[in-house]
Design a binder for this molecule. Structure first.
Ligand code: 3PG
Length: 212
């Protein structure tokens, strides 16, 4: 349920966003992320084999694997069939939301304005992705947007890296921070799982420090 997802995100604090081309790397990638301390990841539907990658990563067991960049009801169905525990979208689409609801899978819509946030809240969704967080104004935008909507819980994503992570996590309305900096296209292309593990561990440690 949506509440379960909120607690998974709140426990994870950081969510690597993964755009993976090669299915063969899914297993080692899941190992590296889990070894780095990640608990929750998003596999984007931006590559031809995203579904198979998601399936392999979900089979790993140590990670809550969601689908990202879900733009259509059709993709939402495919994502859930592949084992997605939740669905993330860069924007708010009522049909995607309705499909996820029918499928019984939590959905995290992206919002970039107060109007979009109101639409999400009206649809009964209070865990939302602030996207793209940094270009929108970063933490200043998040603070300003969170103020009138005390029930909203945010997963800021977009342009965030290790240097800004702790500041976002310090905001009480932030459940978790998403981003590709822990496993960039470049790392994935090179198969640099060692570096992915290192950057993930660095982020997880920064997140833990920010809570004490
Ligand atoms: C996403 O789909 O959430 C974003 O591409 C992740 O944003 P980032 O690549 O700027 O971290």
């Amino acid at each position: 349920t949506a509440n379960d997802l909120a607690s998974v995100l709140a426990g994870a604090r950081v969510m690597p966003v993964l755009t993976v081309r090669r299915v063969s790397t899914a297993g080692p990638l899941a190992d590296a992320l889990a070894a780095g301390g990640a608990r929750c990841v998003e596999v984007t539907f931006r590559t031809p084999d995203a579904e198979r990658v998601l399936k392999e990563m979900a089979a790993h067991g140590g990670l809550a694997v969601g689908a990202g960049t879900v733009l259509t009801p059709e993709q939402a169905k495919r994502a859930v069939a592949a084992g997605a525990r939740f669905v993330v979208s860069p924007g708010f689409d009522a049909e995607v939301v309705a499909t996820c609801r029918e499928l019984g899978v939590p959905v995290v819509p992206g919002i970039a304005t107060a109007t979009e946030l109101m639409r999400a809240l009206k649809a009964g969704l209070d865990t939302i992705k602030l996207f793209p967080a940094e270009p929108l104004g970063g933490l200043r935008m998040l603070r300003a947007l969170a103020a009138p909507f005390p029930q909203a819980r945010f997963v800021p994503t977009g342009g965030i890296d290790a240097s800004r992570l702790a500041a976002y996590l310090a905001h009480p309305a932030v459940l978790a921070v998403g981003g590709s900096w822990m496993a960039t296209t470049d790392h994935l292309r090179r198969g640099d799982h060692k570096e992915i593990r290192r950057l993930t561990a660095e982020a997880v440690e920064a997140a833990e420090r920010s809570m004490t």
